[in-house]
Design a protein around this ligand. Structure first.
Ligand code: UFG
Length: 323
């Protein structure tokens, strides 16, 4: 049985939907940002908090867990700057609680959600896994700290793990039954689609004076279903003993500017956006684009869904949003 911590969240719920096809799954989630409705009905759901050791022990005592996928984290850069202890408490301290219980029950296979924010402001065009990790905010640091802890546990206790560093996760399940639903929403694609649906008055582009071709920031958007597939492959590689301590980027290798994203949303939906140019948002690097060559050559994974597909699926979800 696979334990998915944070399986009611945006990315976790999409992975659970794939995972239940082949595995028995138990989800542990405190529903602080996740949605109970997002958890596939074939998975067992336990409401509990990673920071509460009794909740975690109860799950390990009740189910024969063979591996853990960990999605339960706060992930807003700006909030992490305002309230760093919230991030270190939840993203680092609670993860230590989980790892302690895993070691106690001799569960030694772990898939960890990390982030492009571990790279900070990179000075390379395509970021690969050997690029310097110098995060510039508490969120990125909290994820990098856990990556380092995993390395130490591999040496001391034989933990086997795969770290997946996501670039900009976006899109929704093709069924439109699950998708991205944050409150408040801060991410570009949902904000644009909400505006096109009339739920927002305008879209603010945070800075048009960056050193990029059209002056707006460039990001590497990756479909959440492609992300989910990478988790399945990583788990299979760990279970088969083919991989033991790996870090992989998950991106498309193509960057799109904020303006290009808005234009693509207009094209896919046929609706005109109301856009204003606003000040830069603190902490935004001009360009973050992944090289995902490593996971392609080692696990055969590559992103299969382009920006238009990401936006088309997100649009279906937003028009029909269930939670
Ligand atoms: N943007 C706007 N207007 C908006 C929202 C976003 O112009 O209303 C811009 C941002 O300034 C940025 C781009 O759109 O240039 C993408 O912004 P998102 O907030 O969608 O995503 P980020 O790139 O800021 O964040 C993502 C992940 C984080 C991760 C970070 C790494 O969501 O978890 O990448 O830098 F930490």
């Amino acid at each position: 049985m696979i334990l998915v911590v944070g399986g009611a969240g945006y990315i976790g719920s999409h992975v659970v939907k794939e995972l239940v096809e082949t595995e028995e799954v138990v989800v542990l989630d405190n529903l602080s940002t996740g949605h109970r409705e997002a958890v596939d009905s074939r998975a067992i759901f336990v409401k509990g908090d990673l920071g509460n050791v009794d909740d975690v022990l109860m799950v390990f005592r009740s189910y024969p867990i063979k591996a853990v996928m960990h999605f339960a984290a706060y992930s807003l850069v700006g909030e992490s700057v305002m309230d760093p202890l919230k991030y270190y408490q939840n993203n680092v301290a609670s993860t230590i609680t989980l790892l302690k219980v895993m070691m106690k029950f001799k569960v030694k296979k772990f898939i960890f959600s990390s982030t492009a924010a571990t790279y900070g402001i990179p000075d390379v065009k395509l970021i690969d896994e050997t690029s310097a990790t110098t995060p510039i905010n508490p969120y990125g640091r909290s994820k990098l700290m856990v990556e380092q802890i995993l390395g130490d546990l591999a040496a001391s206790d034989g933990l086997k793990y795969v770290v997946l560093r996501y670039f900009n996760a976006a899109g929704a399940h093709a069924s439109a039954r699950i998708g991205e639903s944050h409150d408040p929403e801060t991410h570009l694609i949902p904000i644009v689609l909400q505006q096109l649906l009339g739920k927002r008055e305008k879209i603010s582009v945070f800075g048009a004076d960056y050193d990029t071709p059209d002056g707006t920031c460039i990001r590497d958007y990756i479909h959440v279903t492609d992300l989910a597939h990478a988790h399945i492959l990583a788990l299979q590689a760990l279970v088969a003993g083919k991989k033991s301590t790996e870090v992989y980027n998950l991106g498309n290798g193509h960057g799109y500017s904020v303006k290009e994203v808005i234009e693509t949303c207009e094209k896919v939906t046929g609706v005109k956006a109301n856009v204003e140019i606003a000040d830069r948002r603190a902490g935004d690097p001009a360009r973050l684009v992944a090289s995902a060559d490593k996971i392609f050559s080692e696990l055969g994974w590559k992103a299969e869904r382009n920006l238009e597909k990401i936006i088309a699926d997100a649009w279906k979800w937003h028009r029909n949003q269930e939670y």
